[in-house]
Structure formats: structure tokens, C-alpha cells
Design a protein around this ligand. Structure first.
Ligand code: DGL
Length: 270
């Protein structure tokens, strides 16, 4: 493994580009190999077994591309498949997820006494955030809600408008959220509606957006292993398992700049 090897990032689709973008901004010398499993999206409604199978196969693909670290950018896959993929990858490369860094950021913030969590059905059903938070901060109260419509709404371009505001308001009016002092955005897509969520709570709730926190963790991990690249020699690559023009057009929402998607049929190959 060398410092110039790329970082592998994967997600159920293109939403994970929010995480890839944060990594690219914090680590401009690093080359990224991104894989979006658009053929199987959304993961939010899939069984854990299916997500574990997809994720292990994607990890093999990224290992084949000589990635020096793999980051699971998808919350649902981090919840359902982290342990399986970790066992699958073994000690070959470090594997990170988007949950642990956020859990530790919340747990070490003494101003937070009650935290809200929103994410896909799969992430919320797993209760992974609650379990991990309970271990680190037994006094912290957590309440979670599956906000199933939000990811597809954002992907369809509905954010910062009256439609998104109505949907967000209806979810966040959940009575258990009335006295939270922090909120975890446990889904790749939600950074795009962070302002709307914050305004719903009149900006009095601290929002934990995983993208920046996770990118910082990637940097820390690579630095600790002496694997930070000093200069970028290759361009990023963004692979998807099913290509459509609509995915390509939507990438700009999540990566903030125009990028090109490459079709890679890892499922057809076996
Ligand atoms: N990437 C997923 C997540 O962060 C959201 C989209 C999906 O359900 O696949 O949970």
C-alpha cells in the first residue's frame, strides 16, 4: 500500500457524493474512487442481508482498485453492513463508517442532553445510534424517526422550497422532538436540507452533519497510518452500477460541481 493509492468511498447511490465532496475538500491531495450502487438504490428499504451482500461485493471492487482506505458513506449500509464488511475486508485496509465519528462528536458534547436522529427506515430500525450513544453517554436521551420520504424528495430536486418545507415540517413536528437540543442528520442526502431543519427549530438545535466530521476522521486515520498523499497524481473516478442521465444530472446537487459518472457493471460480472 502506498500514500498515492486512492481512497474508496461507497454509497447506495449518488447521495454519498456529499461525503465524497467533504473528503475531497479536506484532503485535496487525495484521489477518490467512488462507487454508487444505483442498480440497488434505495438501500433504506432493503434487508440487512441484501445490503451486507452488496456492500461486501463493492468493497472487493474498491480493493481491486488498490484503495488504501474504504469509507462506507451510506448511513443505511454503515448500520447494516459495517461489521460484515469489516470481517470480509479483514486487515487489508482500514474501513470507516459514517456513524462512529458522529456518535463520538455527540457523546463528547456536554451541551447535548437530548438528541434527535432522522434517517432511512433501515438506519432507524437498526437503532445503531441509540445503542452506541448509550454506551458512551448513558445519561443522554435519544429519540429517532424514520423520515423515508426525504431522500427521494431531495433527489427529485425538492429542497429549499415550499414542498420540502411542508414535508420537513410535518416530520419534525414529531412530539418527541419538541425538547431536543441536538439533531443527527443520519442520511447522505440531508446536508442539503440542513438550513430548513435548523430553521424549523428556530436555530436553537445543534445540527450534526456527518460529512465534515467523517472527512476529518478520514484525515486523522490516514495521518496516523502515515498514508496521507502529498500530491494528487490522478483524477477522481465516480462509478455507478446503473447509469442514467438523470443520475448524472443529479450529481451536481450532491457534489456541488459537475462530475462525470462511469458505468461499471460489477453485478453483471458476477
Ligand atoms: N444513502 C442512504 C443513506 O445514507 C440514503 C438513500 C438510500 O436509502 O439508499 O442512508
Amino acid at each position: 500500500m502506498s500514500r498515492e493509492d486512492p481512497i474508496g468511498i461507497f454509497d447506495s447511490g449518488i447521495g454519498g457524493l456529499t461525503v465524497a465532496n467533504a473528503v475531497s475538500k479536506q484532503l485535496p491531495n487525495e484521489e477518490i474512487i467512488y462507487f454508487g450502487d444505483t442498480a440497488h438504490l434505495p438501500y433504506g428499504d432493503k434487508s440487512s442481508e441484501a445490503i451486507q451482500h452488496y456492500s461486501s461485493h463493492i468493497a472487493d471492487f474498491l480493493l481491486g482498485k488498490k484503495c488504501k482506505l474504504i469509507l462506507i458513506a451510506c448511513n443505511t449500509a454503515s448500520a447494516a453492513a459495517f461489521t460484515t464488511v469489516k470481517a470480509h475486508v479483514g486487515g487489508k485496509v482500514p474501513l470507516l463508517n459514517v456513524i462512529d465519528p458522529v456518535v463520538s462528536a455527540v457523546a463528547t458534547d456536554d451541551s447535548i442532553k437530548k438528541i434527535g436522529i432522522i434517517g432511512t427506515k433501515g438506519t432507524i430500525k437498526s437503532a445503531v445510534y441509540e445503542h452506541k450513544l448509550k454506551i458512551l453517554r448513558p445519561d443522554l436521551e435519544s429519540v429517532s424517526l424514520a423520515t423515508a420520504l426525504l431522500a427521494s424528495m431531495i433527489e427529485a430536486g425538492f429542497y429549499n422550497n415550499s414542498v420540502s418545507q411542508a414535508v420537513i415540517n410535518s416530520y419534525l413536528a414529531y412530539p418527541d422532538f419538541s425538547d431536543i437540543d441536538g439533531m443527527i442528520l443520519a442520511c447522505t442526502h440531508y446536508p442539503l436540507i440542513e438550513t430548513e431543519i435548523s430553521s424549523f427549530f428556530n436555530d436553537r438545535v445543534k445540527i450534526f452533519d456527518s460529512t465534515y466530521i467523517v472527512a476529518t476522521e478520514v484525515k486523522k486515520k490516514l495521518a496516523a497510518l502515515n498514508l496521507l498523499s502529498e500530491a494528487r497524481s490522478n483524477t477522481h473516478h465516480f462509478y455507478v452500477s446503473d447509469y442514467t442521465e438523470s443520475f448524472e444530472l443529479t450529481t451536481k446537487l450532491f457534489f456541488q460541481e459537475k462530475i462525470h459518472l462511469e458505468h461499471c457493471g460489477i453485478w453483471e460480472e458476477g
